[in-house]
Write a protein of this length. Sequence first.
Length: 464
Amino acid sequence: MKKNKLTTAVIAGLAGVAGVATIGNAVHVNPEGTGQALIYPYYSVNNGLNTTYSVVNTTDQVKAVKVRFLEGQHSREVLDFNVYLSPFDVWTGVLGMTTSSIGSHSGEDAGAHASFDASCAPLLNKAGQQFLPYEIDLDAPNNNMSRSTDGHFEVLEMGVVDSLSPLAAAAIHVGGVPNCAAIDAAWGAGGTWDIAPATYMLPPTGGLFGGASLIDVANGFNVSYDAIALDSWSATAQHTDPGSLTPSIASANPSVSNVFVNGATLTDVWGNGAQAVSATLMRQEVYNEYNFEAGVEGKSAWVVTFPTKFHHVNPAVPVAPFTMSWDGDVACEEFALKKWDREERTEVSFGTISPQPPEGDNPSFCYEANTLEFIAPGGVVGDSNILGGRNLISVQGINGGTENGWARIQYDGTVNFMIGSSNTYQGLPTAGFMVYRFTNTAAAPGVLAQYGGLFNHKGLVSSN
């Protein structure tokens, strides 16, 4: 073992001596799927899709959570609100397409949120809330609300509401119904939380899980995924008003990460919470399969999302591992793509990628929620964009190869890397999945059947 790859026991001892936060307070991806912060790598309301989602509270505590929807180009916030989860509660919502009616954006395609859940969500129009343009407008003139039709979202536990408080009692469902009027009043002018949001609030304890489904009702297509669960995300309560842009995924506190590599736990102290969360998601390589079998009208696409990128590229000087700042339109990072078909034929993609990179350059991911579609050689760009991703890269299959196989994304570890207090991590903080759709036009006389599947990305965590 390299000397900077300290074991959990050694780091715990050093932390105790030095007074540094212990590894028990270090943010990490919980392989059991529950945590304090949930990352949902993708939503879309394009191509006739709706996105439904759920948040489950597995504890006997009242939880205050922040729900944040972030558009796909630059993770500009398009909607956020607070939800107060009763013990053992479930919150659900759905996203759909709408036409904006807000100011100069009137007539533009936009996302919208609705919920029929009884849990308290003060100030939220549950019947239907358009996504809002105010943060996207910071990128004018690149501020069309169509940007909000795909992206990703976060659910963050701001804290536990003290069980002895009247506001915890108000959030608890009695006969299936909480006292949301009391929660609303707490955020009204002069209300308890309006005056002091920390009142009755205790630190987060975790125990949340969730998932989302991408559904095309008209065509009978559905795929689902589990949210990524981060545990030990915050050791302190971070309760804010329903319209606040904070907390965000970057609000990890303390700024310490645990990364699990080959049976070892690597612990690092970082300059801020965004870097700590990024460390837990770092991948130098990303793997998944593809399929465009003509006999079943096969279509497949990858979602490649960088959930923390906004916090690295929004300053004028980019923060590692990203190398380019957002210029109002793009912030691009190169990657190499190699494909293998099912008979081990292989090919590196350059000219078979659209849009094509400049000569001699690798292709680039320029946004925060990217879609990578796989099409047949000579195929039509967009033909496999089954999720309607707006930030699209098209990749052609191997000439003379099979119609299916697997591929590898590789980031440049000499350019994209983070240096922590003890370890260096190569790559970029990546989340996402592969989704496919098959169509059987002869399932039965007069019957068309569609099938779908979704597989999370696999990858390589590289550190030294």
